[in-house]
Design a protein around this ligand. Structure first.
Ligand SMILES: [Zn+2]
Length: 248
């Protein structure tokens, strides 16, 4: 889970949000409560929040990943438009742009109609998840109650995340071993050309690793936390910074 920036409100919502909201609120009044509105009746207005213009404006803001678990749709089911504050409890926010986030089916069904106002969780468009979450081996670890609530409510635990995290961890460990060998071998490079070529290899290896930490990569929060905590990675970064300083 990483910090996201909400794009500008799409035109369709500027034009229609108020109408759609009043239609839904009229139905709530007519049937006395939200849960009593027949599904087919409700759907005539609710289908609007899944409008293609809304999806096209929203999904790039999370690099087409789930805003909670950072999975790609092929791993966790389609990305859907999710209401941060559930529409069943807060129908007046059913067409509020600030209440939307892209969410995978697994997180969406875990979160369900959890009341995010009485028991808040991280909203990545408002809160920086780094302030509330950390990583420990193959698990997300809460830093505070907001982090704990988010893990519990969205079920950011269990096999669906432990498995990809452990695959990444195995790859990182192998990579770390190779990087350590490359750093140790640098001292043996006894000509400037050999040394320079060896440094290029180390730099390319670091670049490949850092690509996994970029927002467009799957599980980038886990990758960033795991990689930046590696002593070998830190050693390589310091070495490259020194070389850059020498060259400039
Ligand atoms: Zn998810």
């Amino acid at each position: 889970m990483i910090k996201l920036e909400k794009p500008a409100t799409p035109q369709i919502l500027i034009d229609k949000s108020a109408d759609w909201t009043s239609t839904l609120l009229a139905l709530v009044q007519q049937y006395s409560e939200y849960s009593k509105i027949p599904t087919t009746v409700k759907e005539t207005v609710l289908k609007n929040y899944r409008h293609v213009q809304i999806k096209e404006a929203l999904y790039p803001s999370s690099n087409k990943k789930c805003a909670f678990c950072e999975s790609f749709p092929e791993d966790s089911g389609n990305i859907e438009v999710e209401h941060f504050h559930p529409k069943s409890l807060y129908p007046s926010e059913a067409f509020d742009w600030n209440n939307f986030l892209p969410c995978c089916r697994k997180c969406n069904s875990a979160k369900s109609d959890h009341d995010t106002k009485t028991s808040p969780i991280i909203n990545p468009y408002i809160d920086d998840p780094e302030n509330h979450l950390d990583v420990e081996t193959i698990c997300l670890k809460p830093k505070d109650q907001l982090g704990q609530n988010t893990i519990d409510v969205c079920q950011l635990k269990g096999t669906r995340l432990y498995r990809p995290f452990s695959d990444l961890l195995v790859n990182f460990k192998q990579f770390e071993d190779d990087l350590k060998d490359a750093l140790d071998e640098l001292a043996e490079k006894n000509t400037p050309i050999k040394k320079r070529n060896h440094l290029i290899k180390i730099r390319e290896a670091i670049d490949r690793l850092e690509n996994l930490m970029k927002p467009q990569s799957q599980y980038s929060f886990f990758c960033k936390k795991t990689i930046t905590s590696s002593n070998v990675y830190q050693r390589a970064k310091i070495l490259l910074e020194k070389e850059d300083a020498k060259a400039s």
